[in-house]
Design a protein around this ligand. Sequence first.
Ligand code: COA
Length: 553
Amino acid sequence: MRILFLTHAFNSLTQRLFIELSASGHQVSVEFDINDAVTREAVALLRPHLIVAPYLRRAIPESIWREHVCLIVHPGVVGDRGPSALDWAILDDVPDWGVTLLQAEADMDAGPVWAAETFAMRPAMKSSLYRNEVTEAAVRAVFTAIERLPDYLAGRWQPQAQTLKPMHPVMRQAERAIDWLNDDTLRVLAKIRCSDGFPGVRDTLFGQPCHLFNARPFDLSGAAGEMIGRSGEGVVRATVDGAVWLGHVKRIDNGIKLPAMLACPEAAALPELADSSPDITYREASRIGYLSFDFYNGAMGTTACELLLAAYQSALLRPTRIIVLLGGADFFSNGLDLNRIEAADSASDESWRNINAMDDLCQAIIGTESHLTISALRGNAGAGGAFLALAADYVWARRGVVLNPHYKNMGNLHGSEFWSYLLPRRVGAAAAKEIMRRRLPMGALEAEKQGFLDACFGDDSAAFEREVALRAGSIADCADFSERLAVKRQRRAADEAVKPLAIYRAEELQQMRRNFFGFDPSYHIARHNFVAKTPHSWTPRHLAIHRELGWTP
Ligand code: COA
């Protein structure tokens, strides 16, 4: 089938649906919802059998929904209506929630239901629920709807009319606002969680108007509303019955989401408290060291890379056989921290420092002789973060993981992280070139077929982690462990003899230097637009295949 995605952005859910539907043999093309004329043009060019709106912020023009089946992914249960569905579900502390696939009609979210899925809620950030439960439910619902389409077209099946509840209005800052003198910790957390990602909770820190993101409970108390300390890169603020750790802040005056300590230099004067939930953690079991690095949004700034390298080097000193790099729960890694770079005095210098710190880390993993290493991707990985994963000897991923192993979307960035060594040796030179050129997301199954990954398994993170432990355990316990280690060393030595790692690094960094310091400002413009979330003014050609020259339906 030809399927048109009409979407506000090619976000994680849209990417996952794109991967799943393409893998099932459908031809999927994407058009960003920029204006009605562009939408009409896309429909005329593609002549789709089905239109799916995975993430839409505006209504579909009537001339289109009257002529075509248009299915809207609504992140709410049947009967729920409104643009802040998930936000309200979190704030109202509902135990279960869902995703409904609605047919577009004149009234918003009022069309008949093609498919619906439910899931249990977890105390998590909205963005985490969206990337996990909502995305999995949306994939199931879209596949159910597609199965129903032939019966619908033959008049054998009709979508179910909804019993509509009143429209849940858009959640305003007034509802999100924290009343520090009255809200208890759970309420404060609910308000920040339901606003995470976007738009955050409007508040004031050190007299600066800002938005708050990324919070967790902190075991301390103080006078309600008082800033009582700093911990890691966040600040700790007392509630009426405890305290919360506030990780990220977007100041109104610069609009960049940053760790609270960076956004608010005044916080340096606060007393330092123990870091109760550090980004980097290490544990051991059965001769295996597990290194987790849960950096917010998977962004790895210079200091994060340096700390992770130090943690990795300490792990190498342990009497273990295997090191498993677990990344974070939601993201394995998304490469350089573009927000910190954007906020730096010199974005070029900070980019350079960051990529060098990232390369140092990758080089240490590639050059490890004492252990076998495994990258176990619980969450998605993009750009340099995807190549960081390839630095390990084995690369495994959860089945639902989405990879974006390319750099060009960031203003034609060349990329480093030894990708020019790591990628071709896994998938071959031709496929490596194609992956970089296509700049499309890749599902874990496809990545396994291509050799980018060694294996993908596990329907959810818990199942994945259990299986990782079993598989890593059997490698650690295998009779030929020493031979495996020897083979690894020989292979590395042979590769080094053909072309030293230092040469790969120098070649990549020479191109990166041009990206950062050269005349062409594309990377700086793209990074600025990414951080500022500048709306798209057109759909990139590699997504809108109906706009490719010579394309025929
Ligand atoms: N630095 C800083 N923030 C990053 C980031 C990075 N490298 N990668 C992602 N983020 C942030 C996004 O700004 C977004 O922030 P929000 O909390 O304000 O919503 C959040 O992480 C989720 O990212 P989003 O783009 O919405 O996720 P996605 O799943 O739709 O897309 C990627 C995933 C990887 C394709 C996309 O995030 C991306 O292109 N990231 C940049 C990768 C990159 O070029 N890195 C630098 C070169 S190594």
